[in-house]
Design a binder for this molecule. Structure first.
Ligand SMILES: [Zn+2]
Length: 203
């Protein structure tokens, strides 16, 4: 189900994203995710750009009805490390008077860990993998729910349901990829179906 952002955010055409201290190891991945999204958004006229913010959101302020500025729209945080967990979670905070309208979103992701081979210690997956995971959750933060996930098939994009696995590059962690069916990400692709959902929700 699509969830609409509040009028103020939709009119601005900007979704501000704050990453807290837990996400310090994700800053490059998050920056890349924003850039990829914004480049696609510009050419596909999605109506929303992702903007870096240094202001922690007050997740309850607008729900209480405060009109004062309440920080970034989206809170991005990391919940520790995990093997075989290739999914984050994006929760919406609604306006108390209009429960169907989103006023804040919170993204929580685990840092994915991989085994790089015998005799080599486990390590974090590369930034390309993290970028894809972050981009997936940022698309949820645009108001797309699980029902909008891209169905299985040849046209898989970064907004497909659950990813299958991480393909580890034993030499360059930067070349790790995340796998869905026969497709590997990055590159971070968004298919027409996903683009249409975002554009519709930001019209
Ligand atoms: Zn998802």
């Amino acid at each position: 189900m699509l969830t609409r952002w509040c009028e103020r955010v939709r009119r601005s055409g900007e979704l501000t994203v704050f990453a807290d201290a837990s996400a310090v190891g994700w800053s490059d991945a998050l920056r890349r995710a924003r850039h990829v999204f914004n480049a696609i958004s510009w050419s596909a006229k999605l109506g929303v750009r992702l903007i870096h913010s240094t202001e922690a959101p007050d997740l309850d302020a607008e729900a209480r009805g405060d009109s004062a500025h309440s920080g970034a729209d989206v809170h991005f945080c990391i919940s520790g490390v995990a093997f075989n967990t290739l999914e984050g979670r994006t929760r919406y905070r609604a306006n108390t008077d209009a429960p169907e309208i989103m006023v804040k979103a919170k993204i929580t992701l685990p840092t994915p860990m991989v085994s790089a081979g015998t005799g080599i210690s486990d390590r974090e997956a590369g930034d390309g993998v993290k970028m894809v995971l972050a981009l997936h959750e940022l698309i949820h933060a645009c108001g797309l729910g699980n029902r909008e996930h891209t169905p299985l098939g040849g046209d898989a994009d970064v907004f497909c349901g659950v990813f299958d696995s991480i393909k580890v590059n034993s030499i360059f962690r930067e070349d790790d990829t995340i796998v869905k069916g026969k497709i590997e990400f990055p590159p971070a692709t968004l298919n027409l179906r996903t683009l249409n959902f975002i554009r519709t929700n930001w019209r």
